[in-house]
Design a binder for this molecule. Structure first.
Ligand code: PEP
Length: 248
């Protein structure tokens, strides 16, 4: 039985004033029936950690370095995220792959570092519009998956997020048919490689998820939740998505 996960990716958004949204999210979801996660900018993790009190809201980073410590100016290690109160880390988001040249090999090294620090890694895969139009979506995603997920990955510490690059922040959502095809392919690849552990790994969909499309997306087989960008910034937008996942 896979627990559903509603994950918010705040990207490079939010300063102290945004903590009021976490208060509102907690107030609107006093005891969520799904796993609830916010990945704020690293600067806010510690403050959110103090703010959430005993609430089940989990916190995550948006990236980590593959090394545990050392001469890497500007980087943050997985252990530092954990120390600040994070239990999760997003890895290989398409914006990191595009903006910072992250390869699947680099993502895999980061995932190993996350494991060592006891974090749950949310490993992102997804095709560009050109790749989809060329009929290469499944091949590209398969290669990203094979390259990014470590061989010793376990269900308890590994989540895969399918995020078509063309659907992120664009208002365009993949159709439920497209999502079903990709999630089934990801599940098959995970089971082929990890057996029962692959069955237990959660697969999230991400890409312009909002209150109006969440229920349809969550009804797709092998969609175990969502990674939500823009609609996670405001509690009023995120809460209906969490509610749709609870009903799914
Ligand atoms: C994301 O950043 O992971 C994402 C899916 O963004 P959005 O929901 O804004 O498309």
């Amino acid at each position: 039985m896979r627990r559903k996960l509603a994950a918010g990716n705040w990207k490079m958004n939010g300063t102290d004033a945004a903590l009021a949204e976490v208060d509102a999210l907690i107030a609107a979801n006093p005891s969520p029936m799904v796993d609830l996660l916010i990945c704020p900018p690293a600067t806010l993790i510690d403050r959110m950690n103090r703010r959430r009190g005993n609430h089940a809201l989990a916190l995550g980073g948006q990236d980590c370095h593959h090394a545990a410590s050392g001469a890497h100016t500007g980087d943050i290690s997985a252990a530092m995220l954990a120390d600040a109160g994070a239990s999760h880390v997003i890895l290989g988001h398409s914006e990191r792959r595009a903006d910072h040249g992250e390869t699947s090999e680099m993502v895999r090294a980061k995932a190993l570092a996350a494991q060592d620090a006891g974090l749950i890694a949310i490993i992102c895969v997804g095709e560009t519009l050109a790749q989809r139009e060329a009929g290469q979506a499944l091949t590209v995603i398969g290669a990203q998956l094979a390259g990014s997920v470590p061989d010793n990955a376990r269900a308890a510490r590994t989540v895969v997020a399918y995020e078509p690059v063309w659907a992120i922040g664009t208002g365009k959502t993949a159709t439920t048919t497209e999502i079903a095809e990709v999630h089934a392919a990801i599940r098959a690849a995970l089971v082929a490689r990890f057996d029962a552990e692959g069955t237990g790994m959660r697969i999230l969909y991400g890409g312009s998820v909002k209150a109006s499309n969440a229920a349809d997306i969550f009804a797709v087989p092998d969609v175990d939740g969502a990674l939500v960008g823009g609609a996670s910034l405001k509690a009023a937008d995120f809460t209906p998505i969490v509610a749709a996942l609870e009903r799914a």
